[in-house]
Design a protein around this ligand. Structure first.
Ligand SMILES: *Cc1c(COP(=O)(O)O)cnc(C)c1O
Length: 337
């Protein structure tokens, strides 16, 4: 095993030793096998390389306080992956097969799960058209791979918060496109605007809707939340917004645990500037406070520029459940035996 600096994990690739690979041929997925992590053979005419027929998921395995290993609602990721497969004309995976393959792989990669409190093991399933086509058509063969990497916070500094910039001249995803699934092409489209705002010292782009450039969609690859006067609002799932699993969990905890009023609705960009607290959510981002939003040259500082109180309470509740510090009343943990 290579040397991993457990005290300085970022969101970088440090591949765990083993990966899981299954192939779809002649109308069926094979049983799959666990192999050493390494390069995979692919024809230049593979549909994924030419036309972007591919999708991914993002999950984590947590080392709990008592030493047990858990995933968080992995069935939700299976369901979302399959929704994406339908949108991209790819064969679906049996949901039990998805979860049990990942569990089997986790058992082989236990040494790569960071020590308690140091980070998590990020799980990256990918599924793509590996068959060859010259014209734009669905592939006739597919590959499903799961690889893993120990990670720390997605945004450097973690809960210390991020600074965003709204770019009205770039959209993440059009209304009737593939924004609602984790299609790989969505992320290629976000590279240029992300690079631009990073060069100016911001952490990410805050995207507005592609039709009017007025309503908030998402923060790069995390869902957006606004808190104001006891209401917690997040953009409604318009089709171009990725239905985050963390988004759902936060809506439930906000209502049931903290008595906040949840709203899924349109949020105009100017509503942000007078919010009490802003944050974004994702498996990788967990709950990350948003400290400021720049819009057309003006920097709007939120909540005095430090992480909000309710944001912190929600973060501690969610992390507490994931790490076994707070009782899992809703059956969200999936213990890996
Ligand atoms: C993955 C992702 C999210 C977060 O989803 P989770 O299920 O909470 O990890 C949000 N937005 C985009 C665009 C994403 O790709």
């Amino acid at each position: 095993m290579q040397n991993i600096d457990w005290d300085n994990l970022g969101f970088d690739i440090n591949p765990a030793e083993k990966m899981f690979v299954s192939r779809y041929r002649d109308g069926a997925w094979d049983a799959g096998s666990i192999l050493d992590y390494g390069p995979i053979p692919l024809y230049p005419a593979a549909v994924v390389l030419n036309y972007g027929q591919g999708i991914f998921e993002g999950m984590k395995a947590y080392r709990m306080k008592d030493g047990r290993i858990a995933m968080f609602k992995p069935e939700d990721n299976a369901t979302r992956l399959n929704a994406g497969c339908r949108r991209l004309c790819m064969p679906e995976l049996d949901e039990d097969f998805f979860v049990t393959s990942i569990e089997a792989l986790l058992r082989e990669n236990l040494d790569f799960i960071p020590p308690f409190g140091k980070g998590d093991l990020y799980i990256r399933p990918i599924l793509f058209g590996s068959g060859q086509m010259l014209g734009v058509n669905p592939a006739d063969e597919y590959t499903f791979i799961v690889y893993m990497s120990p990670v720390g916070p997605y945004f450097k500094g973690g809960f210390s918060g991020i600074r965003l910039k709204i770019r009205r001249d770039y959209h993440r995803a059009p209304l009737l496109g593939t924004g609602g699934v984790k299609a790989i092409g969505n992320y290629a489209a976000s590279l240029e605007p992300k690079r631009m705002v990073k060069e100016e010292g911001y952490d990410e782009v805050l995207y507005l809707d592609a039709r009017t450039s007025s309503y908030v969609e998402e923060v790069g690859s995390a869902n957006f939340f606004l808190l104001k006067d006891g209401v917690i609002a997040t953009p409604r799932l318009s089709g171009s917004i990725l239905p985050g699993t963390t988004r759902n969990e936060v809506l439930v905890l906000a209502k049931e645990r903290f008595g906040l009023v949840p709203q899924e609705r349109d949020i105009r960009y100017d509503e942000l500037f007078s919010a009490d607290e802003l944050f974004c959510t994702g498996t990788a981002a967990v709950i990350t406070p948003i400290l400021s939003v720049n819009f057309e040259g003006e920097n709007h500082v939120i909540g005095g520029g430090s992480p909000g109180k309710k944001t912190r309470e929600l973060y501690e509740e969610l992390k507490g459940i994931q790490l076994g510090d707070i009782e899992d009343e809703r059956g969200w943990l999936h213990i890996v035996e």
